[in-house]
Design a protein around this ligand. Structure first.
Ligand code: TYM
Length: 337
């Protein structure tokens, strides 16, 4: 991932659905891994609003969350001067390439996607076509920008792998059209588990086990105090995801926000039990999130600035996306305008 002076910058791209408020899993698994890369990479980050409507949304809430998410991206350290920040639906090329890629993705491949199976199970009344072909739109999101790396949490790896299969198939027919992207998964925080049920990933659908970036310190503190630890008799802070999933998850979070290794954490809390450990994790998270929350609140007061950021972002993104789309349209045989 080194970049030397004379070679063109490598490209990084990722997105998050504004389907709920951003949480600690999104931050540790994704956004934190995006920030501070703009000197070395050409970075594109977007609000994946088109993806959210695969599940029914309240329109006013979706609009509000999309803007809030942009403010949060900036507050998390993504400088809009150095990163291209945009709203997916503002760049029409996503939907257009998405359609083309639908025709190069197999029913069997889409049927194997865990996110589809999970969501289809949770929203039985609305198993729509968009939910099924969602990974084709995600592949389009990625491939339009020809990125080298796609920084995501563990749960999105399968979608990036499918994108790689699509690249192989498409390039196999038409030559080198798309660059092969690689998932870029963080070492700590790739899969943050829920605080109330550490066997499943932290997700907004289980709010009592989910820490939101904008949450008040006292609420965060309470959630960590109530975090499910393990029913073993040992009661010591030791990393063992098999036997002690609750404590191990808290250790992962603590390690991710403090930079301490598991060994350092074990000796820090040696002989102290869970009663001291849980609030310490809560406090470390509160201090990590405090500047992000305050900066987001400040930015949200300046709507004109945020509008300017997403308009400029869409223009820059669209210029890049259009080049790829033209190439694809030509390759598949669409008559040029
Ligand atoms: P989404 O919106 O569900 O999640 C956004 C990012 O947060 C990561 N993440 C987590 N990481 C660690 N622990 C968790 N508990 C946790 N929960 C979420 C996800 O891995 C992801 O990186 N399909 C994507 C959005 C998307 C996208 C793209 C991503 C649309 N187009 C193109 C990359 C490139 C999604 O649903 O992520």
């Amino acid at each position: 991932m080194e970049n030397t002076e004379n070679t063109p910058k490598k490209v990084m791209l990722s997105g998050i659905q504004p389907s709920g408020d951003l949480h600690l899993g999104n931050y540790l698994g994704a956004i934190r891994n995006w920030a501070g890369r703009a000197d070395q990479f050409d970075c594109f980050y977007f609000m994946a609003d088109m993806h959210t409507i695969t599940v029914r949304q309240n329109p006013a809430d979706l609009r509000r969350r999309t803007l809030e998410q942009l403010a949060q991206y900036i507050a998390c350290g993504l400088d809009p001067e150095k990163n291209t920040l945009f709203v997916q639906s503002h760049v029409h090329q996503h939907a257009e390439l998405g359609w083309v890629l639908n025709c190069y993705t197999m029913f069997g491949e889409l049927s194997r996607m865990t996110q589809f199976k999970d969501k289809a199970d949770r929203h039985k009344e609305n198993v729509n076509g968009g939910l099924f072909t969602y990974p084709c739109l995600m592949a389009a999101d990625i491939l339009l920008y020809q990125p080298d790396f796609v920084p995501v949490g563990e749960d999105q790896k399968q979608h990036v792998e499918l994108t790689r299969n699509i690249v192989q198939r498409f390039n196999g027919i038409y030559g080198d059209v798309f660059k092969m992207p690689e998932p870029f998964i963080p070492k700590a925080g790739a899969r943050v588990m829920g605080l109330s049920a550490p066997e499943s990933k932290m997700s907004k659908s289980v709010p009592e086990g989910c820490v939101f970036l904008m949450e008040q310190p006292e609420d965060i503190r309470r959630k960590f105090k109530r975090a499910v630890t393990d029913s073993d008799t040992e009661h010591c802070v030791r990393y063992d995801p098999e036997k002690k999933p609750g404590v191990s998850n808290l250790m992962t979070i603590y390690s991710a926000v403090t930079g301490k290794s598991y060994e350092e954490i074990e000796s820090e809390f040696d002989g102290q039990g869970y009663g001291a450990f849980k609030p310490a994790v809560g406090d470390a998270v509160i201090e990590t999130l405090r500047p992000i929350r305050e900066e987001t609140q400040r930015l949200l007061k300046d709507k004109a600035y945020l509008e300017d950021v997403y308009r400029t972002g869409a223009q820059r993104a669209s210029a890049v996306a259009e080049k790829t789309l033209r190439k694809v349209y030509k390759k598949v045989g669409f008559l040029q305008r």
